[in-house]
Design a binder for this molecule. Structure first.
Ligand SMILES: *[C@@H]1O[C@H](CO)[C@@H](O)[C@H](O)[C@H]1NC(C)=O
Ligand SMILES: *[C@@H]1O[C@H](CO)[C@@H](O)[C@H](O)[C@H]1NC(C)=O
Ligand SMILES: *[C@@H]1O[C@H](CO)[C@@H](O)[C@H](O)[C@H]1NC(C)=O
Ligand SMILES: *[C@@H]1O[C@H](CO)[C@@H](O)[C@H](O)[C@H]1NC(C)=O
Ligand SMILES: *[C@@H]1O[C@H](CO)[C@@H](O)[C@H](O)[C@H]1NC(C)=O
Ligand SMILES: *[C@@H]1O[C@H](CO)[C@@H](O)[C@H](O)[C@H]1NC(C)=O
Length: 424
């Protein structure tokens, strides 16, 4: 684990540190109105980094700890690799417990990996994760490449029109643990067929698109503390990027749409497709993924999507990362933030951060580290959680702290006419 940098802290204490604004540079065809609540993302220069792996999506458990997946790298002495390897196309996916109240000084413990087969796909990666009332639900999804041949190993992973993992496969389903990861129950250790997946979706070739691939659990606070308007009981919501047109680029990083679904967070319901509600055309459809329709559409400009509810401003904030240069996944990435008072939108955009990272991905806002809203200047302090630059070495990390690890980067969201943003 890399020690967190003490430099920014020190500079701030000395008064040298300044928050600086990342300019919003939205493409002309952005399909959202501008938010009037927040219009600016300021970076304070405070950050911490942990591990040497990506795919961090922390969930705030009832016991106060965070629980997160990770993969494709090393955390402490544990290595995880989610590409098909070995005779039975094994994928390992990492998990870790994260303790502490200070995002700049967290302790990672109980690190391990779970194994399953990628077959018939070539990669099986972590996605949505929820730890609630002692049960940890841990989702995986499939990835593939347009040029793969059955049984092909190397060469199956790279190359192709988008450069890296050019087919987003289906969401496979959740494994679960009742002992914080010591033992897992995995209903689909090896898929029986392309569509042996929780929602029944599949991507056997380059032109079959899925609505739900890399889903992420909406962060509704500690142990799903907050309940969206209209719900009578606690629900797990999942959000993710998808596509529907056969020629729409759809990789782990890119899609043209965003979809939403929900279920009661109980083991039996979570594993039963007929218990899921899929959102489409202003209503919920029980058990039928075919009825899911996009919550958000933006051609070639959606990608890895997460959502967090922030009670102090009563807003759902969505983070989306997408290739700067469609459809390329080994170049820079953009990240944009949306907000709505409703989990089903409509959404307004806060800011469009072009080449954030310059190649940041898996951006999310852990509710545990959201500060108070300051009504005097309309500012909200929080931490962006992300990884960056897995294949980008042509320019320096921006902001500092971005890299192939778990980064927690402090930012301040601000409205349109508050105090100058140059002073922390
Ligand atoms: C970091 O956390 C550890 C364990 O909680 C604590 O012992 C240590 O004093 C903390 N360090 C700083 C710089 O806050
Ligand atoms: C967790 O347990 C508490 C106490 O039993 C209960 O009130 C709450 O609804 C449970 N949460 C979920 C998501 O099941
Ligand atoms: C997979 O597809 C086959 C053929 O269309 C269908 O019979 C089967 O029910 C599907 N399985 C799932 C899990 O949706
Ligand atoms: C796969 O689909 C993408 C996006 O439509 C397209 O650019 C690419 O040429 C396709 N590749 C093959 C091998 O058909
Ligand atoms: C999206 O990407 C595809 C494949 O590169 C391209 O054919 C299509 O025109 C793009 N759509 C838009 C609206 O840019
Ligand atoms: C949120 O959406 C629900 C369901 O569509 C609707 O009943 C409610 O009025 C909306 N709330 C707001 C604040 O827009």
């Amino acid at each position: 684990m890399a020690p967190w940098s003490r430099w920014p802290h020190l500079l701030l204490l000395l008064g040298v540190g300044r928050a600086w604004v990342w300019p919003s540079e939205a493409p002309k065809d952005i399909p959202f109105e501008r938010s009037s609540l927040f219009r600016e993302v300021d970076f304070t220069g405070k950050y911490a980094t942990y591990g040497a792996a990506d795919t961090w999506f922390p969930s705030w458990g009832s016991d106060g700890n965070l629980y997160s997946p990770f993969t494709d790298g090393k955390v402490q002495d544990v290595t995880s690799a989610s590409i098909c390897h070995g005779a039975s196309c094994t994928s390992t996916t990492g998990y870790a417990t994260i303790k502490g109240e200070d995002p700049l000084n967290l302790t990672i413990s109980d690190v391990g990996v779970a194994s399953s087969s990628t077959s018939p796909y070539h990669g099986r990666y972590p996605c949505g994760s929820l730890h609630v009332n002692g049960t940890w639900f841990y989702g995986t999804y499939a990835l593939d490449n347009e040029n793969h041949q059955p049984g092909d190993r190397l060469g199956a992973t790279r190359g192709g029109y988008c450069e890296n993992w050019c087919i987003q496969g289906p969401f496979i389903g959740f494994r679960w643990s009742k002992d914080n990861g010591k033992t897992w129950n995995e209903p689909r250790e090896r898929l029986k067929s392309w569509n042996d997946t929780l929602f029944g979706e599949s991507a056997p070739n380059n032109h079959s698109k899925v609505k739900f691939g890399a889903i992420h659990v909406v962060d509704l606070g500690k142990a799903l503390q907050y309940t969206p308007a209209g719900d009578r009981e606690k629900m797990m919501y999942v959000i993710g990027h998808g596509a529907s047109s056969p020629f729409s680029p759809q990789s782990w990083m890119q899609g043209s749409e965003i979809y939403l679904a929900r279920v009661r967070p109980e083991i039996q319901a979570v594993n039963d497709r007929s218990s899921w509600d899929f959102y489409g055309a202003q209503s919920w459809h029980k058990g039928d993924v075919a009825k899911a329709e996009p919550l958000i559409s933006w051609a070639n400009r959606t990608g890895v999507t997460t959502m967090t509810y922030i009670e102090t401003v009563k807003r759902y904030i969505v983070c989306v990362s997408t290739p700067t240069y469609s459809p390329f996944t080994e170049q820079q990435f953009d990240t944009y933030l949306l907000e709505s008072e409703n989990i089903t939108g409509p959404f307004r955009y806060i800011s469009y951060l072009r080449e954030f990272g310059p190649q940041a991905y898996f951006v999310n806002i852990p509710s545990k580290f959201v500060g108070d809203f300051n009504p005097k200047d309309g500012s909200l302090r929080l931490f962006l959680s992300y990884s960056a630059n897995f294949d980008w070495k042509k320019s320096a990390p921006k902001p500092a702290g971005s890299g192939y690890h778990w980064a927690l980067q402090e930012v301040i969201l601000r409205g349109s006419h508050p105090i100058p943003s140059t002073v922390v």
